[in-house]
Design a protein around this ligand. Sequence first.
Ligand code: 5GP
Length: 203
Amino acid sequence: MKNKGILFIVSAPSGAGKTTLCQKISSMVPNLTHSVSYTTRPPRSGEVNDRDYTFIDEDEFRHMIEEDKFAEWAKVHGHLYGTSRKRLEEMMEAGIDVILDIDTQGAMQIKEKYSEGIYIFILPPSMKVLVERLEKRMCNSKDEITKRLKRAIDEIKDYKNYDYVIVNDIFEKAIREIEAIIISERARTYKIDPLWIEENFLR
Ligand code: 5GP
C-alpha cells in the first residue's frame, strides 16, 4: 500500500515547549519526519546546519522567495523562516508523514495551499508558566520578554484554526496525546487504498 504522507502542522506560542515535543515525537514515531526549515536566524549553540535548520543569509532567502521555492514563509521574532516546497512535497510523495513546526502565519499559508493537513496547537499549562519559561530563556532582556508575550497572546487567539489543542502541562502526557492523533489519522478510511482492500479481502 503506497499512500501520500500526512502533513501534521504544529504551532504554539514561544515558550510552550513545542520544539522539544516535535523532536521527541519525530524520533519515536516510525515513518514520521520533521521537515528542516530554512532560516536567516544565526545558529544557536549545539544546532547543526541541515539538521535543526538550513541556515542561510537574507539575500539567499529573498532569492528563494522570488523563485517561489517556499511552501510558506514568515518573519518570526525578526528573522525569516520558510518551508521548502521541494523538501515537503518529496517526503509526502514518498509516503512519509511530515511534521511542520511552524508559526501561526506559516500554518495559515499551508492551509490555503494544501487542502489536506492536520493542525495541532500546543498551549503552555498557564500564562504564569509561559512567563516563567520566557524569563528563564531570555534572562536579561525585559523588552524581548514583553515582545514575545504580546506575540504569544496574538498566536493563542489563532487556536480556533487548528484541529487539535494540546496542553503541555505534563510532557509525557502531551507526547501520548500527539502520538494518539498521529495513529488515529493514519487509520482514517481515506488512507486505505481501495485496491488493496479489493485484492486482499474481496477476491
Ligand atoms: P526558533 O528560532 O526558536 O527555532 O523558532 C522560532 C519560531 O519560528 C517557532 O515558532 C517556530 O515554530 C517558527 N518556525 C520554524 N521554522 C519555521 C518555518 O519554516 N516557517 C514558519 N512560518 N515558522 C517557522
